[in-house]
Each structure stands twice: as structure tokens, then as C-alpha cells.
Design a protein around this ligand. Structure first.
Ligand code: ACO
Length: 388
């Protein structure tokens, strides 16, 4: 009995933005970007929302054909057959994103509604670029619990959709050459089914490390007070303030209304940066070590040798990180899926999109063993080892 991967899909906006296009925006060039990252182009949303991308990827995983502005492709395991799967048969939707269309309702709720997944329980999960492995791990745990003994004490979860969807172009500072070259928009989805087959997810590994120096942030407070706009008070002062509460609230509202954005600092009126900010070198060092550890841990937990892994599907942040990991693990680079050249870093979506690419390219086949790896903001890292 286990949690098997029975479908996956990816979706991307139609607009292709090349490195040369970005060189018109900031002081950079194609050669630098290709050499330092492996990225040649990325897809950028014009009208497409995160929901559009997420729904298209989910439909591809379910085998649902629809016409729309978002290009999509998918793979389904042989026993699913050609017929599209009814979204109302899905019990759980987890959506991983750092660029949702709204904070409330959740991105997953928007997807559920559009898909017509009328019986699904759904929620968002934010583990930044590690989203795919955290989402898969949580879904697998919920399925295992729901299908264990005393399962009547839990929501039934026989079929789950795990979706990573990002419209990062909305949260990228297009004047910052150290970050804007790295990111793209897109979505990936995996359809999981609880089955009798001894295949599927065989181990998971999740790890967090404090990002004490704020090496990788989005929407973080910089300088200004991130707490509600009241003065910091002693308990006595707080009591006396209770009497004039109405005035304080009115003052706070006025000061918010009167505050103006400071575009030169990139901060909104309350001091939060709306953009991804990154210390590239520090994150690079963290990521390179994290990939190696995540692959080794997933293998150790499943009792599988690293040499027996057919394909490693890592988060696509930088080709150099993947090449470093291959060298450290003593594996040929052909054993890693590289999709970054055409998609760039799509955060929570990237490894799911790369998995769909690997299946389309025949690099992964039924019966193969693979490890998905995530790393990113938090700092988060992790891996999921599965047999297809
Ligand atoms: N074009 C041209 N030159 C540039 C650019 C650019 N786009 N960006 C930086 N440079 C310059 C720098 O100013 C610097 O110049 P200097 O030597 O005169 O000071 C020089 O290039 C080297 O800069 P580095 O920062 O040392 O370049 P590095 O080789 O480290 O590459 C990069 C930068 C690509 C960002 C790399 O550090 C990286 O990939 N880091 C990890 C990113 C990552 O893994 N993110 C994952 C998580 S993302 C998420 O979770 C949302």
C-alpha cells in the first residue's frame, strides 16, 4: 500500500523573455547569465494569473483538454487510461506558492473552485522553493493517516493534487540585475493516488535552517517597524491608553493614509519590500550543500543506494548548483533533470515542471526510481524519493 504518482502536468505563459530582452532592462548580457546560471529564457505572464497557471497544470495532470492562453503538457500513468479524470473525485488539493493571486481566499481555494473539485479539502503551503517536496510530503502523510486503521476518524484522502504555481514576475524587482535574471512564471502539478501497489513515495526528508541574516526574503520588513503602528508601551501605559483607544486608532489610520510609498527604497509605506531579495553567494553555498544532503538522506531512509537512483529532479535555481551536487555525489550530470535553460527559477513550481519535462523526454519511465529535491527561502530543504 502506498501513495503513487499517477499523473503530472506543467503550464507556462506564452510570452518568452530571453536574456537579451532582459539586457534592455538592466546592465547584464546573455553570456553572463548563461555562464553563471544556465538560464537562456523564461516565461513571463502578461494577463495570466497564478490561478490560470495552476488550473492549467492541474488539468494536464488530470488529462483534461481545454483551449486557453496557457500552454500545458502532461503525463499520466498507463493504468489511468486516456479518459480525463473527474475533478470531483479529488479529495485533497495542496497549493504551494509565494505569489498567490490573493492571501484570502487561499490559492488552493481559487483552484478548487475553477477546477470544480467539489469534494476536495484544500489549503496553501508556503515552503518557498522547497514547496514541491513539502507539499508531497504533507499529502503523503495525510493519505497514509487517512488510509490507516481507524481511518474513519479522518477525512478520506484517496486522490490528491499537489500543485506548485508561481507568478514571480509580480514579485521580482525588474531594476535589480542580481535577481531579475533568475526568475520566471509557471506551474506544475502532481496527481497522487493511494493504491495497493508497492510503488510510489518511498521516503521523504525535510529540513529547516534559520535564515538569521535574511539571505532570502520576500515581503520582509526592512528597517521600519513591522508591528501594528502603536507606540511600544509598558503595561501601565497600555492600561491608560485603553481610555483613549479611539484616538490612537484614529491617529494610526490617519498616519497609514498619509504615508506615501518610497519607490527609491523599494519599500511600501509600512516598510515591507514587495520584492524578492537575495544574498546570491550565501544562498548558493546553502543550496549546493542542501541538494547533496537531501539526496543522501532520502536514499538512506529508503534503504536505496544513490547509485541506484535513475534520475534526480532538483529545484531549478542555478545549473551550477546542480553540477556541483552531481560532482559531490559522484553521479554523471545526465542523471539530473536540467530544465532551467528554458524555464528559469519558478520557485515552488520548478521541480514539478522539471518532472513533467523528464517524463516527456523519456528520461524517466514506469518502474524507475527518482528523487525530487527542493531548497530555498526559510531556509528550507528536502527531498522525496519515489518509484514510478
Ligand atoms: N549581469 C552581469 N553582472 C552581474 C549580474 C548580472 N545579472 N549580477 C551580478 N553581477 C556582477 C556582480 O555585481 C559582481 O560584480 P563585481 O565582481 O564587479 O562585484 C559579479 O557579477 C559577480 O557577482 P556574484 O554575486 O559573485 O555572482 P555569482 O557567481 O554568485 O552568481 C547568482 C550570482 C547567479 C545569483 C548566484 O549567486 C546564485 O545562483 N545564487 C543562488 C540562487 C539560488 O539558489 N536561489 C534559490 C532559492 S530562490 C527562492 O527560493 C525564491
Amino acid at each position: 500500500m502506498g501513495c503513487t504518482i499517477v499523473g503530472c502536468g506543467k503550464a507556462a505563459p506564452s510570452l518568452v523573455v530571453t536574456n537579451d530582452d532582459i539586457a534592455h532592462l538592466v546592465d547584464t548580457d546573455n553570456e553572463w547569465i548563461v555562464q553563471r546560471t544556465g538560464i537562456r529564457c523564461r516565461r513571463i505572464a502578461q494577463g495570466e494569473s497564478t490561478t490560470d497557471l495552476a488550473v492549467a497544470a492541474a488539468e494536464a495532470a488530470l488529462g483534461i483538454e481545454t483551449d486557453g492562453p496557457v500552454g500545458k503538457s502532461g503525463w499520466r500513468c498507463a493504468h489511468q487510461g486516456a479518459a480525463p479524470l473527474d475533478p470531483s473525485s479529488i479529495d485533497l488539493i495542496i497549493c504551494m506558492t509565494i505569489s498567490p493571486d490573493a492571501t484570502m481566499p487561499s490559492q488552493a481555494a481559487l483552484v478548487r473552485q475553477r477546477l470544480g473539485a467539489t469534494d476536495a479539502v484544500c489549503f496553501d503551503l508556503n515552503a518557498a522553493c522547497s514547496g514541491c517536496v513539502y507539499g508531497l510530503s504533507v499529502a503523503e502523510s495525510m493519505m497514509a493517516a487517512a488510509n490507516a486503521t481507524r481511518s474513519c476518524t479522518r477525512n478520506p484522502v484517496k486522490r490528491a493534487l499537489v500543485i506548485g504555481a508561481e507568478r514571480l514576475s509580480r514579485v521580482v524587482d525588474w531594476t535589480d540585475r542580481t535577481t531579475c535574471i533568475l526568475f520566471g512564471d509557471g506551474a506544475g502539478a502532481i496527481l497522487l493516488e493511494w493504491s495497493d501497489a508497492p510503488l510510489g513515495i518511498l521516503s521523504t526528508f525535510l529540513k529547516n535552517t534559520d535564515d538569521t541574516d535574511g539571505h532570502l526574503t520576500l515581503g520582509a520588513a526592512h528597517g521600519a517597524n513591522p508591528s501594528p503602528p502603536f507606540p511600544i508601551e509598558t503595561p501601565e501605559a497600555r492600561l491608560s491608553r485603553a481610555a483613549r483607544q479611539t484616538d490612537v486608532l484614529a491617529d494610526a489610520a490617519d498616519s497609514r493614509r498619509n504615508a506615501s510609498a518610497t519607490p527609491e527604497s523599494g519599500l511600501d509605506p509600512e516598510g515591507f519590500s514587495p520584492y524578492i531579495a537575495m544574498n546570491g553567494q550565501a544562498v548558493f553555498r546553502f543550496a549546493a550543500a542542501a541538494v547533496v544532503e537531501a539526496v543522501e538522506e532520502a536514499c538512506a531512509r529508503a534503504g536505496v543506494s544513490v547509485d541506484d537512483i535513475d534520475l534526480i529532479v532538483p529545484h531549478q535555481a542555478n545549473e551550477r548548483i546542480i553540477r556541483y551536487a552531481a560532482k559531490k555525489l559522484g553521479l554523471p550530470i545526465e542523471r539530473f533533470q536540467l530544465s532551467i535553460n528554458a524555464s528559469a527559477n519558478t520557485s515552488a513550481a520548478s521541480a514539478l515542471m522539471a518532472l513533467t519535462d523528464a517524463l516527456a523526454q523519456g528520461k524517466l519511465r514506469a518502474g524507475d526510481t527518482a528523487v525530487m529535491v527542493g531548497f530555498g527561502g526559510g531556509l528550507t530543504a528536502g527531498s522525496v524519493l519515489f518509484q514510478l
